[in-house]
Design a protein around this ligand. Sequence first.
Ligand SMILES: NC(=O)C1=CN([C@@H]2O[C@H](COP(=O)(O)OP(=O)(O)OC[C@H]3O[C@@H](n4cnc5c(N)ncnc54)[C@H](O)[C@@H]3O)[C@@H](O)[C@H]2O)C=CC1
Ligand SMILES: CC(=O)C(C)=O
Length: 262
Amino acid sequence: MGFTMAKKVAVVTGSAGGLGRGIAERLAKDGFAIVIHDINEELLNQTETEFKDNGIEVTSFVGDVSKREDQFALVQHAVDTFGRLDVFVNNAGIEAATPLLEIDENELQRLFSINAFGMLFGTQAAATQFIKQGGGGKIISASSIAGHESYAMLGTYSATKHVVRSFTQTASKELAKYKINVNAYAPGVAKTKMWDRLDAEMVKHDPTLKPGDAFAKYTADISLGRYEMPDDVANLVSFLASPDSDYITGQTILVDGGMVYR
Ligand SMILES: NC(=O)C1=CN([C@@H]2O[C@H](COP(=O)(O)OP(=O)(O)OC[C@H]3O[C@@H](n4cnc5c(N)ncnc54)[C@H](O)[C@@H]3O)[C@@H](O)[C@H]2O)C=CC1
Ligand SMILES: CC(=O)C(C)=O
């Protein structure tokens, strides 16, 4: 009589839509049982239904990455549902487009609490579970081209994405002894809801721009000649979640079609 190997388990934060959803779909194709997660409960439920209709082994969890207890509860939900955790993707993030002289405390607190604190809390929750399990694991986080090079109007956002790169390096050094790989993906410009909002904000701040101009300006110089799709990002995350990347840690890898060269 044969036996079935338990599936590996991946959590993707902020995966009700956008890049996170694309990553979750790809990891499901790679054979993972998937925990999707978001602060937007309605969209999350809709996505969960669509995943189930497509035969994906999935569970969902509503949470706010900026709340440390939510991140630990998310990992607990993964373990309670599927018995273990193998990959944790800190994908959730938010943006702001504001001239430097107008950045206020509210914007700083909002972006840092989600993009930076959230990434750290997710890393802590996942690493705690990996250490308990004793078999290593993979933590993969969303940085950005803005985590390698800061942009006009994206001052706070860029700073938070540099924080992701920094915590990725520190975590990789501290967690290597537990066989935990910690890496980040740095996308360029993808046409998700985030960029719809960024374009609208940038247009508001510059009377010479009309809707679509900011996005067009950012995408004009991409070497490969097109804006990014969720699959472009998911391909890299799939690799970082797989044994093929076992000898890579502490890296923030650009996947931008040729925008920022490091
Ligand atoms: N779209 C792009 O061009 C780029 C995106 N990124 C990064 O990729 C990640 C995903 O971006 P997109 O899919 O474009 O964004 P998006 O705005 O389309 O989707 C983000 C998802 O995260 C969820 N979310 C927001 N705050 C949350 C919170 N506190 N807790 C839980 N979930 C929360 C949202 O509800 C949404 O479903 C972000 O970290 C972003 O900074 C990086 C570089 C480029
Ligand atoms: C949203 C984002 O990270 C950029 C710079 O496109």
